[in-house]
Design a protein around this ligand. Structure first.
Ligand SMILES: [Zn+2]
Length: 385
């Protein structure tokens, strides 16, 4: 077993599903780093027993590269696993199974396995480690780290988000905003239906409006070929309402999301939605003033669009042996926040594939970890000429 695999098996054994604390894992990482002479800071959640970790190896100066990943994973609940999710299992083909192997403890293991070499190297610019929590529930935890980083005296020049891209360099992904809508109607006996205000019917009209918006985006764009699919998507995923067929329902809620390309401002789409909500609300309140429609943002993160023609992108492409400039990802990362809030040139490049992420029997191939190990060795060499 390589040292990367040994570390990965430790990381997998911590059940850091987003609903759990990640402190035991962070304690292990801090202990490991200090064994190699690297001090690290925890940036705690103000309310929960969770933390981000930040460490600097090499000189405390401007520039250098930040290696970034999240420590939380999606749940295994309701999934049919044939392997143990919280223990690393290898098969004869080199697949390493376990929750988080590809998304994204595999990358964290590669980074940690390279720490002794980073510490021993004569780094001219620093390598920073930024490990976050609660990424899977809307990039929540990293915001505390980013707040802290605003006051750091030195800023990294570049950031590599090690989400699984099969070690290809990816410079763009969509942004996302997720909303919950609660419709409050007025109940009555269904035999008297016209006297009530049917919350399910009003929610259905909103769902219908959102579907028309989705079709408009698909047909008329705007389009950007660097995204997959190359237009903004709109999707309703959850709807709940009504209690019995003979009652006009007084309540219905729905959840929808917009995943926007860089050329589209999701707020502009939401303003159109809000106008329609206001129109329906007026209609409902004309029947009963207590009726209402409320909208709440559940989570959001900005998209990422780093120009291809930057020195950092060319450098990382060369070091990662990433030859395909057309690889696209259809998931979000913390990269948009690092890029938008801290103005750090950010790209995504990590071992494994999201084909296996979030699924039962998630795995990463050992050859992917090895590719990432070799990439990090080349990066260390590059920064310590
Ligand atoms: Zn991830």
């Amino acid at each position: 077993m390589s040292s990367t695999q040994a570390i990965l098996s430790k990381l997998i054994a911590f059940d850091t599903t987003s609903c759990n604390s990640n402190m035991a894992l962070m304690k292990y990482v801090q202990g490991y780093l200090s064994e190699h002479g690297v001090t690290s800071d925890l940036v705690h959640d103000p309310e929960l027993p969770k933390a981000n970790l930040f460490a600097t190896i090499g000189p405390h100066t401007d520039g250098g590269i930040m290696l970034s990943g999240h420590t939380d994973t999606v749940p295994v609940t309701g999934q049919h696993w044939t392997k143990e999710p919280f223990a690393l299992t290898a098969d004869a083909d080199g697949r390493l199974y376990g929750r988080g192997t590809t998304d994204m403890k595999g990358f964290l293991a590669c980074v940690l396995a390279a720490v002794p070499d980073m510490a021993a190297a004569d780094l001219q610019t620093p390598i920073h480690l930024a490990f976050s929590y609660d990424e899977e529930i809307g990039c929540v935890g990293v915001r505390h780290l980013i707040e802290r980083m605003k006051t750091h005296p030195h800023k990294p020049a570049g950031c590599i988000i090690g989400e699984p891209t099969s070690m290809e360099v990816v410079t763009a992904h969509k942004g996302k905003i997720a909303l919950e809508v609660t419709v409050k109607g007025k109940e009555c006996h269904s035999g008297m239906a016209p006297a009530g205000v049917n919350a399910v019917n009003y929610a259905a009209r909103l769902v219908n409006w959102l579907e028309h918006l989705a079709i408009e985006k698909e047909r008329h764009g705007p389009f950007q070929e660097c995204f997959s699919p190359p237009f903004t998507t709109v999707h309703t995923g959850v709807i709940n309402g009504g209690t019995a067929l003979n009652i006009v329902p007084n309540s219905c809620s729905l959840r929808f999301e917009i995943r926007n390309i860089a050329d589209e401002d999701p707020q502009q789409l939401l303003r159109r939605f809000d106008n329609y909500v206001a129109q329906l609300r007026d209609e409902m309140q004309a029947k009963d003033p207590n009726c209402d429609i409320q909208t709440r943002v559940m989570s959001s993160y900005p998209g990422l669009q780093t120009p291809e023609n930057t020195d950092l992108v060319s450098l990382i492409r060369r070091l990662a042996h990433s030859t395909d400039a057309h690889v696209k990802i259809n998931f979000g990362t913390e990269g948009g926040l690092f890029s938008n809030v801290l103005n750090i040139t950010t790209l995504v490049c990590g071992p494994g594939s999201m084909e296996q992420g979030h699924k039962p029997d998630e795995f990463v191939h050992a050859s992917q970890l090895q590719q990432c190990d070799e990439f990090l060795q080349r990066l260390i060499k590059e920064l310590s000429p």
